[in-house]
Write a protein that binds this ligand. Structure first.
Ligand code: C5P
Length: 427
């Protein structure tokens, strides 16, 4: 189901379901903000999380089961006493065959029911029957929010281990002003992912990682630039995989069409020089993974106005280029702030392994991930790589870019967690 859903999205990270196949039971309550649950389903799908949905009776006054089902790609559950639903999937199973239960929007009524253990409809029954963590995203009129009964219910829910988000403050649909607005979908997704992926015990816990991704753009004038076809998919997937293993990750990225992975600090740049500056700012770090397709050259002069193409006026034909800084080489050569592990990529079209070995020596990095880009690798979903160090060579089978990312992140974790003496001996 998730794969089908992801295939429908335009700007998704590649095959994130391989990173972790997680799902959420989303209970949609009846509030004016219910329409935002549709955006939530969409955004979760982009981050690789599948949704199964329960729509309360009040919720169906605001969004239709058809629109919810079109977005989550599954039928919507509405009725506790629906014989077909119960025979296909009972309410107990519904509440347990998921990784997290999210109530969004959570109305004052749903909060009250959950706090007091009511079970008189599908939503409240699922909340009582679940053995999974529950997250509530309250939204209501400011007076209802401030009411001691609501505050009492929230305190009770938190004591019971429910994650209750704070509503935003601002103008409300009813014309009043104050706390009670639904938080931004982005903030809701961040909290959901945080609960889904408890990375606090991952093998890269306490480690910092810097990943570069995407192309750089080297401007000629305000409208033209030199660049390449890099999609950023491999670099984004690596940043995501490292963070899922517990690392504190900064992704320095050139322009791409991808949604930045949640839980990763993303720094957007355009040129190679900006990329180097941004990388320098993030050091020291434990590991640097240089995936970006940095333009090797940039125009010597950047014109402040659009260069005229008309013959005789300007000379677009004779382009003078100067070399860009080599970011990987610069980071590898650092004395004080050199990361413990520096990983470069080598995109080659022929003699892949020989060129990769030369590159390893020339750049001074510890590992080179070599890939053959003679086929459809650039911009495509698959990759076939060889992992090369000074003393070893591993050929990996062709796999999705996410699978490459996970495997590489795991190898990085292994390497960083090896005892120091062992690592020195391998040099
Ligand atoms: O020399 P080449 O571009 O083939 O090297 C590829 C590796 O070097 C990649 O890891 C890429 O991110 C990095 N690189 C860099 N700065 C450059 C050129 C390449 O960091 N100016």
């Amino acid at each position: 189901m998730l794969k089908r859903y992801l295939d429908r999205q335009e700007l998704i990270l590649p095959e994130l379901e391989l990173v972790e196949d997680k799902s959420v039971l989303l209970i949609i309550g009846g509030g004016i903000a219910a329409y935002k649950s549709l955006e939530l389903i969409r955004e979760l799908g982009r981050q690789g999380v599948a949704c199964r949905c329960v729509l309360t009776k009040a919720g169906s006054e605001f969004v239709t089961p058809l629109s919810v089902s079109a977005l989550c790609g599954e039928k919507v559950f509405q009725d506790l006493f629906d014989l077909t639903d119960e025979s296909e999937m009972g309410h107990i199973e519904l509440s347990r065959s998921t990784d997290l239960v999210v109530v969004c929007p959570a109305t004052a009524d749903l909060l009250a029911k959950a706090a007091n253990g009511h079970a008189n409809d599908l939503a409240s029954t699922a909340l009582l029957a679940t053995d999974k963590r529950v997250m509530m995203v309250p939204t209501m009129n400011v007076r209802m929010w401030d009411h001691p009964a609501t505050q009492r219910n929230i305190a009770q829910l938190r004591e019971d281990g429910v994650h209750v988000m704070k509503p935003d403050v601002g103008p409300m649909a009813c014309g009043e002003f104050g706390p009670g607005r639904l938080p931004e979908v982005d903030a809701i997704v961040t909290d959901i992912l945080g609960l889904l992926h408890d990375a606090s015990n991952g093998p890269l816990k306490g480690r910092t990682a810097v990943v570069t991704a995407g192309p750089t753009r080297e401007p000629l004038d305000p409208v033209r630039y030199i660049s390449n076809h890099s999609s950023g998919k491999q670099g984004y997937a690596i940043a995501y995989a490292l963070s899922r293993l517990g690392a504190d990750v900064t992704l320095v990225t050139g322009p791409t069409a991808l949604t930045p992975p949640k839980g990763v600090t993303t720094v957007k740049i355009e040129t190679a020089e900006e990329m180097l500056q941004a990388v320098n700012k993030t050091l020291p770090a434990d590991v640097f993974v240089s995936v970006a397709a940095v333009a090797d050259w940039r125009p010597a002069n950047r014109s402040d106005r659009k260069i005229k193409a008309k013959a005789g006026e300007d000379k677009l034909g004779a382009l003078e280029l100067v070399e860009n800084p080599d970011i990987l080489k610069t980071v590898s050569g650092k004395r004080r702030k050199r990361p413990t592990l520096v990983v470069g990529f080598a995109a080659e079209t022929n003699d892949v392994e020989r060129h990769a070995r030369e590159k390893l020596a020339r750049k001074g990095c510890d590992w080179i991930v070599a890939n053959d880009v003679s086929g459809d690798v650039m911009g495509g979903g698959d990759n076939q790589i060889a992992l090369i160090s000074r003393t070893s060579l591993e050929r990996w089978p062709r796999m999705g870019k996410s699978a490459v990312a996970i495997k590489l992140a795991q190898r990085i974790a292994q390497e960083l967690n090896r005892p120091m003496e062992e690592r020195d001996a391998a040099e």
